[in-house]
Design a protein around this ligand. Structure first.
Ligand code: PMP
Length: 350
């Protein structure tokens, strides 16, 4: 006898970092921004028209796409907005990776990529990073894959690759779309956006969750050529017409328009990152070169798990990945200077 359970789509879900509640803790585990969003975001929230909630929001997110287009010096038709870059990336996987050939991405990268590949039935292969945890460009030049995904800077390593190398990958693979996930690019990476003038098979994905301090608002976007964006829209609009709330569209615009605040907070995080690297190195850690708002650090004895657990007991949350190539490292989000001081004090007391 057949049972309904046999027809379930069985998946192993992505496990996001813990979201502990409470105020008396140091949260350095999910790469959020330790600072609040621009005050213009608060002012916009205070002015929201609650009557608008009885209507559906704009399905094309026009106001936000136009603000982004002005910001990046491109056209509205080059933008696609979604509920966080997870939504944008997931839609991009579903849209562009429809080949029988496998898609490829690094073995150490954002761990949501294999989850989307599995849930959508996309064949995939994880390409090992080199011994220094860097992406080897040569591994991505076959021109015979169904798609490519590169996080640049990569996560959880924090390592950035030059745009010249991204260009070699995009150029060598005209038969598939190359997704460049630039979630952390504002902290020191080199953007692939200038390549959009030359290549149609490129999609750059960005988020408001990190450098814009708006993880709670769930805003992400993709930038690409007109055809690529229109294909993304077709798939997105075949699933859900209204992903973006009226409020998130408005506060997204407010954030984009306050560039001075945006830049100054990035500088604050980068300064704290450089100090954190020195402090951890003094304590015997090896820290991979980070162009992000987090660092990937290996304690001298490689017992990252032990430190992770002891920090947690002290209400200091960092991220630990137990896979073979990452199990000796901690991924530590850059918080405020005060938060990092608490981390150093906790390490000193172990
Ligand atoms: N890409 C990378 C590389 C990330 O680390 C994250 C954060 N978990 C995301 C995308 C998704 O971020 P969000 O959905 O908040 O935009």
């Amino acid at each position: 006898m057949s049972s309904w359970q046999e027809n379930i789509r069985k998946v192993t879900p992505y496990v996001p970092g813990e979201q502990p509640q409470g105020t008396d803790l140091v949260k350095l585990n999910t790469n959020e921004n330790p600072y609040p969003p621009s005050t213009q975001v608060n002012e916009t929230i205070a002015k929201l028209d609650t009557d608008r909630y009885s209507r559906y929001p704009d399905p094309t997110a026009s106001e936000l796409e136009e603000a982004l287009a002005r910001y990046h010096g491109l056209k509205k038709e080059n933008f696609f907005v979604g509920t966080g870059s997870d939504d944008v990336l997931s839609t991009a996987f579903l849209t562009f990776f429809n080949s029988k050939k496998e898609i490829i991405f690094p073995d150490v990268t954002y761990s949501f990529y294999p989850v989307w590949a599995r849930v959508y039935g996309i064949p995939y292969r994880e390409v090992p990073l080199d011994e220094n945890y860097r992406i080897r460009v040569e591994d991505y030049l076959s021109g015979d894959v169904g798609g490519i995904v590169i996080a640049n800077p990569n996560a959880p390593t924090g390592i950035s690759m030059p745009v010249s190398e991204i260009e070699r990958i995009v150029q060598a693979n005209p038969g598939c779309v190359v997704i460049v996930d630039e979630a952390y690019v504002d902290y020191g990476g080199e953007t692939a956006l200038p390549l959009l003038e030359k290549y149609e098979n490129l999609l750059v994905v960005r988020t408001f969750s990190k450098s814009r301090a708006m993880a709670g608002a769930r805003i992400g976007y993709a930038i690409g050529g007109k055809q690529v964006i229109s294909a993304l829209y077709d798939v997105a609009q075949s699933i859900n017409s209204y992903t973006m709330t009226y409020a998130s569209l408005k506060i997204g615009v407010a954030s984009v328009e306050d560039d001075e605040y945006f830049r100054s907070r990035i500088n604050d995080v980068v300064a704290t990152r450089e100090r954190t690297v020195k402090e951890l190195e003094k304590r015997g850690f090896t820290v991979l070169p980070s162009a992000s708002n987090f660092i990937f650090a290996r304690p001298s004895d490689g017992n990252a798990k032990g430190i992770f657990e002891k920090l947690r007991e002290k209400s200091i949350y960092v991220r630990y990945f137990s896979a073979d190539r990452t199990k000796e490292f901690l991924r530590i989000t850059i918080g405020t200077d005060e938060q990092m001081d608490k981390l150093f004090a906790a390490l000193d007391s172990m």
